[in-house]
Design a binder for this molecule. Structure first.
Ligand code: HEC
Ligand code: HEC
Length: 175
């Protein structure tokens, strides 16, 4: 097969570009890939940062701002000795029950937690669906994020960063 001179020049140029491309990609080290910054051969010794939960006792911690409107608040205090929650022992309610919360300086569980969503009625005690607090509320570990979070929430009420009102606008956009 014969190549015209023009084609031959174009083909040579293409090969040159491809060759440089190869050289460039081989200069990416394994350690620079991914968030761990280690290679696959050190898999066994690669460990994440240790979790570091608040050691401040309930009553001595500082609450976190809510992540977004009606987000479940993070637990700011130590939960040592409070878990697991069992049918007969829910120590969280010992302080967060609306009957005692203000006396101990805790945030009372909101109205959404004493509401039967199926029957659409307010209950006198916490709903069974909300009994297992740590299913939704978690402590926050104090670690440096690997990726900066640039999300910034918008709260429609002035105290939305510190209070929730889910039950009041649960059906927003539906009804
Ligand atoms: C001895 C009382 C006590 C117990 C028991 C307790 N808390 Fe608290 N909790 C508080 C107080 C007081 C605060 C407010 C922050 C502070 O003063 O430490 C608080 C704050 C919180 C907050 C943040 C509220 C907000 O407005 O941001 C959450 C969530 C929470 N607790 C969940 C729990 C869960 C879940 C349990 C059970 C595992 C629990 N707490 C057990 C007293 C208690
Ligand atoms: C199914 C998930 C779920 C469970 C289980 C649950 N919560 Fe919540 N919690 C939420 C969400 C979501 C919010 C914020 C929206 C709302 O309901 O008002 C919230 C809000 C709260 C608040 C803030 C109230 C306010 O006025 O700002 C407290 C305190 C709280 N929960 C404590 C508890 C405790 C104590 C338990 C266990 C008895 C519990 N929660 C169980 C999801 C849950």
């Amino acid at each position: 097969m014969m190549f015209s001179k023009k084609r031959l020049i174009a083909a040579t140029a293409l090969i040159a570009v491809m060759a440089t491309g190869c050289v460039m990609s081989s200069s990416v080290s394994e350690e620079s890939l991914g968030l761990r910054k280690t290679d696959l051969y050190t898999e066994n010794t690669t460990a994440p940062d240790k979790t570091s939960y608040s050691k401040a006792a309930a009553g001595e911690s500082k609450v976190f701002d809510r992540a977004f409107e009606n987000a479940p608040p993070m637990i700011p205090h130590d939960v040592e000795g409070m878990l697991p929650i069992t049918t007969n022992n829910n120590s969280c309610l010992g302080c967060h029950d609306p009957a005692v919360a203000s006396a101990v300086g805790a945030t009372a569980i909101p109205r959404s937690h004493t509401f039967d969503m199926r029957k659409q009625t307010l209950l006198t005690t916490v709903s069974n669906a909300r009994f297992n607090c740590t299913q939704c509320h978690a402590p926050q570990s104090n670690n440096k994020p690997l990726v900066k979070n640039t999300f910034s929430p918008e709260f429609r009420t002035q105290d939305g960063m510190r209070r929730s009102n889910l039950l009041d606008n649960l059906n927003e956009g539906v009804q």
